[in-house]
Design a protein around this ligand. Sequence first.
Ligand code: HEM
Length: 440
Amino acid sequence: MAVPVAPSRWPLLGHTPSMLRRRFAFTDSLREHGEIVRVDLGPMPTFFVTNPELTHRVLVTEGASFRKGAMFDKFRPYLGNGLVLSNGPFHRSQRRLIQPAFHRDRIARYAETMVRAATELTGSWQPGEIREIDKDMQGLAVTVVGEALFSTEMGKRAIDEVRRSIFVVIKQGMIRALSPSFVEKLPVPGNRAFDGAIERMRAIVLEVIESWRTDGVDHGDVLSMLLLAQDEDTGATMTDQQTYDEVLTLLTAGIETTALALSWIFHEIARNPEVAQRLYAEIDTVLAGRPVGVADVPKLTYTLQVVNEVLRMYPIWILMRRATADVELGGEHIPAGTEVIISPHALHFDPRSYPDPGRFDPDRWDPGRAGDLPKGAFIPFGAGTRQCVGNVFAQTEIIITVATVLTNWRLVPVPEQPVRVKFTSAAYPSRLPMTAVPRT
Ligand code: HEM
């Protein structure tokens, strides 16, 4: 059976113009054409998987027959062989070394930073002040991931540099990922800013690593864990280059994603007064006015439903895989080397899994209802062996921040400035000015 070709294919350019112009509308329309649909990225044919069951097979059941795909290769020049990009046995052993840094006991320690950072931020707001909430959430996410990674005095300088440079790297990195290779060599301001940001971050991170190697003390931060970690079988430790790649990978993967989820959550809370009422009621009951702590997180069950609904509606657009062996998928033969696209966004807007998918409805995540979802239908953090290593960290950070903000404030949208969704790899708010109104 031939795989159907998605509509609007251009000579030479394939479906790239439709993907870039229509974004989510294009990828969300593909399920009408089949379970697997051919989409050409320029001259490169890919198979786009449109249903949850086949997605689960690619990510989980047949995960061992796939590696990271073409889109990820574009990040290799600056993320090196860090956890997001590495493959096979090397990825497995790095994951074993890094995962303990995200163990629940450790999260409890990072949660103290999360509470402090959220309290400091909201404590700096003035009644009636208009805040750029997307910028506030970016700043908060830098502090939280930055302090988890580097806890020393010198680490503070590294965090300042991350604050200055990481968003330049993420934005320009994504432009590079979507453009032909010659674009990154053009002497334009964006490329110069990218090169400068990478150079400065590399210099300071290597300096922190160097100083750690001199004092050799376990500071209880993620960097110490990376440097102390030894491979179970060989006893080998990470080189400075590999440590740098892992640090930059964690910064790139952990800051922007969480900041975006937090930004959208405050946008949706403001647009949905009934949801807001239930959130305030839950937070007031569980916390009774005292600051949130990590032990409260599992009790904030409706808050978690709201977080899940935001992660459903504002997820990563697409992920790619490349088959490393021949695979049968949905009756199709997928030869080794085939590029496969999975779209968390398209799956999260599939009306077969989520009736009226455009509606923000945290009740979808009511424990009595959510169990009906097929595997592969909800993948904000991916699935299988490549599932996000920071998922519990991110959920804890989001819940702690929401609880801290809502304990004292209402965030009211500035009405004359509509919020649009801007797309890169994820959905960005065009801007997010909101007035901070104290709760009485
Ligand atoms: C709401 C926040 C977050 C979202 C939506 C998110 C999403 C994802 C997704 C979808 C993947 C899988 C990519 C794939 O399968 O190709 C992933 C992987 C990863 N994420 Fe996250 N992430 C978030 C927060 C974080 C945080 C806070 C960290 C670390 C501080 C982090 C670090 C990573 C790493 C290192 C990987 C690669 C894991 C591996 O392949 O072994 N992420 N993330």
